[in-house]
Design a protein around this ligand. Sequence first.
Ligand code: NAG
Length: 325
Amino acid sequence: MARRSFAVPVAAALAVVGVGSCFLTGLPHGSQPPRAAPPSAEREVPQPSMEGNSWTAPLLSFGAALGLIFGLVAAQPARAITAEQFSQLTYAQVKGSGLANRCPTVESNGSEVPVKGGSRLVNVCFEPKSFAVEFETDKGKEFSTTKLMTRETYTLAFIEGSLDANPITFKEQDGMDFAATTVKLPDGEYVPFLFTVKELVAKGEGSSFKPGFTWGGEFSVPSYRTGGFLDPKGRGMYLGYDQAVALPAMQSDGQSGQEELFKETNKVFDIGKGVIEMEVSKVNQELGEIGGVFVSKQPSDTDMGAKAPRTVLLKGIFYGKVVNA
Ligand SMILES: *[C@@H]1O[C@H](CO)[C@@H](O)[C@H](O)[C@H]1NC(C)=O
């Protein structure tokens, strides 16, 4: 099975800080964002350095600069609902209500949630509130606002993993940790991506969660499609035809079109890297609950190796419950 990996370079993450205003502006309707640069033959890019949390501050402050982080905190959804209230709802009450796509909210109680060694973080939820996609312009990289095409099925929920203190380290292990999502750019282009935090290792200094606590880390982004996927011409990675017939114009010249044809034919399972940063805004000491905001960056779908991935920037809210052993 062919596997490759590539990462969202953290250099790009840092560059975001400089183009914040472009993100807000977005693209005028009908304008054409230029295509991303073609992928180089080597899809490996340098892995982001994980020395300290030096990259945490820039992405979060980027979010803050846009007023989104604190806007998210201030503007509680009309149907804010705590985990305890969630647990009392029947299937019929949740079905069709959109609540299944909401993260629980935290009611403040006490000032901090201490973490001991060997704890677990359970019922972790990530609910994106905004989706932006990076594209190249003459002046450099910019983020475009997008229209969400996926219905209310894009939230990650019931995630759990180990939690250790000093520094606080969460290792993601299980749960509904990926959601196939599609957004549309202003020019009509669709950008599918697998929203995920798979294999996340998130760290932050200290041994207790309190408002203002920041933490974050890297995660893996599996291919949007799996090996069993068949493209419109019946080609697949381990199923389907090896190649499509009736592409004479592309094949006959033996030059241009060959690379594109090869990439469409030679399906690969791309594995990317993403980064996420979180800031705790509310804690409930009695229940061990934490809630706050997140900013994450990850690559989009590559159509099984045929296209260069785009960088997707997500902002939203998260929830988790600390269970001390
Ligand atoms: C936290 O909740 C408990 C139980 O409801 C209550 O007794 C306590 O006063 C609360 N503490 C704060 C600081 O609100």
